[in-house]
Design a protein around this ligand. Sequence first.
Ligand SMILES: Nc1ncnc2c1ncn2[C@@H]1O[C@H](COP(=O)(O)OP(=O)(O)OP(=O)(O)O)[C@@H](O)[C@H]1O
Length: 755
Amino acid sequence: MQNEQQFVSLLYERLDALREQAETAVEASIGQVNTGRQARVERDISVAEHSGRVSALNAVESGLCFGRIDLSEGTTHHIGRIGMRRDDPERTPLLIDWRAPVARPFYLATGHSPMGLRRRRHLATDGRRVTALHDEIMDLTDTTRTGYEDPDGDAVLLSALNSARTGRMSDIVQTIQAEQDRIIRAPHRGVLVVEGGPGTGKTAVALHRAAYLLYAYREQLARRAVLIVGPNPAFLGYIGEVLPSLGETGVLLSTVGELFPGVRATGTDTPEAAEVKGRADMARILAEELRGRQSLPRPVLEIAHAEYGTLVLDRDTVYEARQRARDTGLPHNQARPTFAFRIIDALTGQLADRIGADPLGGANLLDPADIAQLGKEIAVSREVQAAIDSLWPTLTPQQLVSDFLADPGALLGSRDAAAVRRCGPRTGADARIDWTPADVPLLDEAAELLGEDDSAARAAAALERQERIAYAQGVLELSYGSRTQEFEDRDDDESEVLAAHDIIDAERFAERHEETDTRSAAERAAADRTWAFGHIVVDEAQELSAMAWRLLMRRCPSRSMTLVGDPAQTGDAAGCDSWQQILEPYVQQRWELSKLGVNYRTPAEIMEVAAEVRRMADPLFEPPRSVRATGEGPLVRSAKPGDLARTAAGLAVEHPGEGRLAVIAPAALLPGLAAELPDASWGIAPDLTRPVVLLNARQAKGLEFDTVIVVDPEAIMDGSPRGTNDLYVALTRATQRLGIVRDAEVPSRLKTATL
Ligand SMILES: Nc1ncnc2c1ncn2[C@@H]1O[C@H](COP(=O)(O)OP(=O)(O)OP(=O)(O)O)[C@@H](O)[C@H]1O
């Protein structure tokens, strides 16, 4: 133990030294007094990089080193959250990053297949102090003993599983199991689906996989960023500390509802509305809505031109212009200039015919220059622009979607239209719209259909770039001029002095002087709807609608994705039942499935009750095998309907236990429960770190607590079309104890949980 303590102390000394270096570098960068724009940008980048390093080093402070492997050939490696080297000329490795190939036997070796190991050691630490060692002998012929042998090899895992919860997920880097390790380190190309029952570590595995990929493919992924998608902000808060504790901070955590920059989806939909909005067919319907906005006059459109009197646009002319614009295949807003050009052309012709007509019946009296001048006047005329706008309006995604939701009757059946119809303001500059998460994929779809008419912006950018190149050309010419003077007495070809003009052309020189964006890739990605992520991890993937998948697939053209979920827990009516159905449109059959089969969270006794619920929907259902049993079955109380909240609150107070407690109840009971348990946290984004939290079953998805009290299971089951799944989720959230408060007046459908 003493030796390990010495070594661990040495590791922390090194960590302190590295941190000090990084802090000094931050200060040095901040202290640089620069006047040039480029120099300032470089300084900001340097500050951001070094500060990132300081936070990464701070984040790995706890449990820096947690393992050691002794190889049969005599070498020993310590395994930790990050890799560190000694400060010697050879830069000798001191601590091996858990993600390095050398560390792999720590997770995979067994007595059966020792992978060259003699011994595996787990180190338990408290702060910087080593508190316990657990050794496993891998080479059964080795008779040396350390006195720290752990006979069953599971002590570290079980102590992690039994520890009190904090309301924040912790990493599992010390105890990753072999089946999980294979998924974490699977190659990053293509779509990998990880399926497993509750508590099988899907979320933990997905997060560790993100950390692994960032380590193994750092170059590619740091530039393109990794996106982790979770079901709601509270869940993202719950998992938010895992990656930093693994030294990874440059990852974007988001719900689908947050992926349309500029829109905050604060509204809520009814389950019916969310289901309709999530259907794949909505893509076609929005395209249809948009085509409806590219209208034809009935039968003619008269334009009252201030100077030239009435101009007339007939249906055929507009039809032809519309066809031309549609034939470009460009998104609506980008095709608009084509449409406008045709209309202006037609009106110019009409006007030229009128004012240039020879009263004697001869050829038109206007020459081409006159006609061009007329065309310009027509193009800038407010009346003409208004007419073009009425026929082919420039639209924002927000306008298109809110107009559709205000009046969906033409494109949806009456029941679906009633579900999604939004009363209240239509679009307009000051219309405040309460967007919902299910609207966001619609907005994204609309943005694709509309495109941005960026022709003006592009022209300005091209002009600016041209100017920069011209400037750079000037600089290079100056440099060339000075060269001839400096080296005129020498044979230039043999000169070894390189001047700017030898190594760079004007265009590249100009690029180097473009303003560099100092934001991290994750920050830039968050602000950019068209960002292509290097890898996307989707948790609770079974909940996403077909429209949400369209959005996510657009964000990941490389299709490098890890999707984790459990179809048996699908709660959302818009959610999908089958991975093939989700993935077929994007990758056909080219995706891989990995399954996790051991439940690390829920004790066997609780899992038995939960499995019974699942079997109501699927009689052949087999739950994941629980790794632990507590000897304690669920505690069941019956109460009159009016007393459910009070009874549940009584049970909660009776069973404060250690760690965290959640009461999971139908939404209608939550206010009553909150009145009984005033210290509990509840609402849209409850604070999960509080000792008692009140949730509905949907909110509980993905979370876990030491003690869970499920109130009125029958009502949860009957509360939605996928209510059985919701109850299954609720029952599988406990790591230690489960209480059930049931309605005494309703016959129980749960045999194992009947008094
Ligand atoms: N190898 C492991 N070592 C220690 N703890 C683990 C391990 N694997 C999983 N766990 C723990 O088990 C619990 C459940 O893990 P996780 O939340 O990732 O499961 P899940 O499959 O996502 O569950 P659900 O589908 O119910 O949301 C977590 O507390 C997690 O830390």
